[in-house]
Design a protein around this ligand. Structure first.
Ligand code: HPA
Ligand code: ZN
Length: 326
């Protein structure tokens, strides 16, 4: 029995993927050239060597810098299309993709340019590969709530392309309660809600994202383990946690993959899913994360299947699509 082949072939879903974090160095250089932008790196190799991070903020600085090559609708199409090609290669059949409009609108790019490019790629991925995709608009938590509200307003003409609202960027100093109003507005608009919480920030951020932002998934959530009572409540409610093992290692949330608390999280009955976060920066896609975890933690095929099943249950796919994916 070939476990790695089994993981490759099983139907997979991804629920925590930042499209700007799927921008591979090679494409970054191609888009820079196309848009007459000079990157502060001499080569793809030099750029890759810079991908060493001591914390979330060091990564975010390079991630936002990299995103500056994205300028036209075609750039956003090409970005998303490259990601869908990896999904097709790895048998990821459904994906729920974050995008950060403020990273682009702050540079003077229209939100329509972003969403139209992403949507066209999604349409083509559906037609050509049979991949289903939903987009989740993320607010940058290091910016003000007013800026988040303005972003939601600007997105109103495009709501048919968006299934939910999320919250990402620097968790330290920007707790969920800062965004209560805009998440209330997102709920009024019929959007699902998710938030990054308990990645670098404390367990209280997980509890507050759940209670005050009324989210139906927690992104990362690993630090919930610091609050036993919260863990019990999350497990009882089957609250999905979109865990990103390679990300946690690269951003030094944990020192080594073998020290990742995934086994403890599963042991405690948490509704864990495995995801890649920013695969171009963290050294691998969903398949790579699953294969590495399976080796490191000696997971059985049943455990892999359970994690994929958790992702189906946690997804915002239609009931019909969920039954196709099961
Ligand atoms: N955390 C917070 N913000 C992010 C991340 C992350 O892991 N990836 C992209 N933006
Ligand atoms: Zn993330």
């Amino acid at each position: 029995f070939n476990q790695q082949e089994f993981i490759k072939k099983i139907a997979k879903l991804e629920l925590h993927l930042h499209i700007e974090g799927s921008l591979e160095p090679e494409l970054m250089f191609r888009l820079a050239q196309r848009n007459n932008i000079t990157l502060p790196y001499a080569s793809v190799e030099a750029l890759k060597e810079a991908y060493q991070f001591n914390n979330l903020q060091e990564f975010l600085d390079l991630y936002y810098q990299g995103a500056e090559v994205l300028q036209t609708e075609q750039d956003f199409f090409d970005l998303a299309w490259a990601y869908f090609e990896t999904c097709h290669r790895d048998n990821v059949l459904h994906t729920e993709v974050f995008f950060d409009p403020q990273t682009h609108t702050e540079r003077g790019i229209d939100i329509g340019t972003v969403i139209n490019g992403l949507s066209r790629a999604k349409q083509q991925a559906h037609e050509q590969f049979g991949i289903s995709c939903e987009y989740i608009l993320c607010f940058l938590r290091h910016l003000s709530e007013d800026s988040a509200i303005a972003t939601l307003e600007a997105a109103k003409p495009y709501l048919q392309h968006i299934i939910g609202a999320g919250l990402d960027s620097s968790e330290q100093g920007h707790p969920p309660e800062k965004f209560q109003q805009v998440f209330g507005m997102a709920k009024q608009l019929g959007l699902k809600r998710v938030a990054h919480a308990g990645e670098e920030g404390p367990a209280a951020n997980v509890a507050n994202a759940w209670q005050l932002l009324d989210v139906s998934r927690i992104d990362h959530g690993v630090r919930c383990l610091e609050d036993e009572a919260l863990v019990k409540r999350l497990a009882a409610a089957k609250m999905p946690l979109t865990v990103c093992p390679f990300s946690n290692v690269k951003l030094k949330v944990v020192e080594h993959l073998r020290e990742h608390p995934l086994p403890e999280m599963l042991e405690k009955g948490l509704a864990v899913t495995i995801n890649s976060d920013d695969p171009a920066y963290f050294g691998g896609y969903l398949l790579d994360n699953l294969q590495a975890c399976s080796e490191t933690f000696a997971w059985s095929p049943q455990q892999i299947a359970q994690l994929c099943h958790n992702a189906v249950a946690a997804s915002y796919a239609s009931d019909q699509r969920k039954s196709e994916l099961s």
